[in-house]
Design a protein around this ligand. Sequence first.
Ligand code: NDP
Ligand code: MG
Length: 408
Amino acid sequence: MTEKTLCILGSTGSIGTQALEVTRSLGLRLTALTAGSNAALLEDQIREFAPSVAALADEKAAADLRVRVADTPTKVLAGSDGVAECAGCGANTVLNAIVGIAGLEPTLRAIAAGSDIALANKETLVAGGSLVTAAVHEKGVRLLPVDSEHSAIFQALQGCPSPESVKRLILTASGGPFFGKTRAELQRVTLADALKHPNWSMGAKITVDSATMFNKGLELIEAVRLFNVPAERVEVLIHRQSVVHSLVEYRDNSVIAQLGVPDMKIPIQYALTYPERLPCPVQTLDLTRCAALTFEPPDDELFPAIKLARAAMRAGGLATAVYNGANERANELFRGEHDGAAFHATDSADRSVRAEQIRFLRIAELIEAALCAYTHEMHTQSGYTLGDVLDIDTWAREFVQSKSSGKE
Ligand code: NDP
Ligand code: MG
């Protein structure tokens, strides 16, 4: 394993720091690290892992980092171009743990450089769609899932003789902190309530996405694109315990599931060692201490995210990019972020003093309105470029922003 080179994008985040724990335990060689603005943590990481290059998307923070690590051989790049340059450095594997659409261009750069992609940044597949899948095909690189549900499906598909033998993919969802609440209760929930996830400790954006269930909508689209199955053959079930990470049902009605403690280091490591399995620094799953494992269908009326994801896929064109962009902006507004505040999204001290700019239930309404406007006014089925995806992302964000002060 030691000769394999690795680049981690988003190394200061929840997935990024866990990926570094795996890197440390496996003794992998890191060639590049990137983050948004956290110069202090990236400095520590550079001192420990000695990558040849590092980048911060925030130019000012990059200038600060350059001074901090002037005594090391690591070259520091700045801005989103700097991040993309690191992504394209030609490492054997590029693990993309950037949050949001900012991860799309780096993924494309890494694929173009012939690197295998370990993908946590689901927004890459949801917004980028066929741009990404076609590039992966053309360059013959591997696209390895890091998302726990998709890793579970990928694991349950090992040994699958042919695509026709798969009947259904079953994605599990924890249901988040608001599972079982009534509409009246959801009208009063706050950002602080949404940030209390029952089973997983994650970045702020995905934690809110879990509360709204838009995370599962994004994952449904991600599954369709990763495994090339029609959306009708991907089902979502609420599984509160987060022990069964997802399942594959075959045409003989045999169902294969992957189980484990809810710890992202397992899927991160599998993406880095595939097809090998190596010891991993996580707890073992003690089945005798698991409570009953329960499964039930999601409530599509109170949480319309999955229904809207299916509608976006049926609409085709850039509708899933609209779904993603509208969700990113609505999620930011619920987290009280103003435009341009993205670089402090993971600053928990800062987060605690923010106030929601929209109510929880408004998030889904705004995304539905953006999808409706797109399908009626601007829909096109023809092929698209990266520029088209970024333009429609901007349009969806501006649409949500402009409607956000409207009636709830
Ligand atoms: P975090 O918010 O914890 O981390 C995001 C990382 O991206 C940080 O390193 C951040 O840097 C960096 N970043 C932010 N903005 C930019 C930008 N504009 N350009 C470059 N880098 C940027 O997120 P998570 O780790 O929770 O999630 C990362 C991705 O993984 C998401 O797509 C999420 O959906 C997915 N995922 C996460 C899971 C989890 O358990 N956390 C599980 C499954 C999937 P800085 O710290 O400097 O802001
Ligand atoms: Mg997931």
